[in-house]
Design a protein around this ligand. Sequence first.
Ligand SMILES: [Zn+2]
Length: 287
Amino acid sequence: MLVPVTEMLQKARAGKYAVAQININNLEWTKSVLATAQELNSPVILGVSEGAGKYMTGFKTVAAMVKAMIEEMGITVPVALHLDHGTYEGCLKCIEAGFSSIMFDGSHYPIAENVEKTRELVKICKEKGISLEAEVGSIGGEEDGVVGMGECADPNECKMIADLGIDILAAGIGNIHGQYPENWQGLNFDVLAAVNEKVGQMPLVLHGGTGIPADMIQKAISLGVSKINVNTECQLSFAAATRKYVEAGKDQQGKGYDPRKLLAPGAEAIKETVKEKMELFGSVGKA
Ligand SMILES: [Zn+2]
């Protein structure tokens, strides 16, 4: 069964740890993440971008696959299926498809329009028992082909959006999607502290978790961050393990070309990355 993120993140916030949102791209990815969460007795959030949803033929396919895998694999830890950076239309589609959580990314709208659309989604999500994440201050890096440096959210705008009745808030604090550039300035903890003070007990989300140093992660958690998104790091470890297999010529030995063999090192590498993240975020044993 899928659950919204509300309760797991309130527990995380109170317990000073964070739950990982691991983005999924296919069956192998999902299987690796679920197996690791179960093995470590950790809650987990499966993130699906609109692009990944399209790649997997649609949100209905994703929801059906994840629900069936939870049942067939005997997964008992809390699992949320969450739309990552959704458009307004994408949010409606995921609600209909059976996702347990959505993120509406209205950060590119003027604040008044972000407020208006968020307000409408709050109403729908409350009726359906789905959790809702909203974003203030766009997060840097490459999003839909546009590369930007990490912006910082206005704490007053964060309060305005938080007061609409959302469950969790993503605030830009200089974080970036993808790999961090050499000249990155680091997370802005003054902004994070100000946002945290404004929004009270609301769990905060840190996007762009790939490559943020461990001490910054710990400090962010101490300032209210309860969900950390990881996507690129799994892609990098999957690609490196697959490359190693092919470069060693293993796909040309025996039945090494069998996709179940060819994709196995990558799937194992994802497990390793997810395990590292869950240990770093402190969610092991918190299911
Ligand atoms: Zn993000």
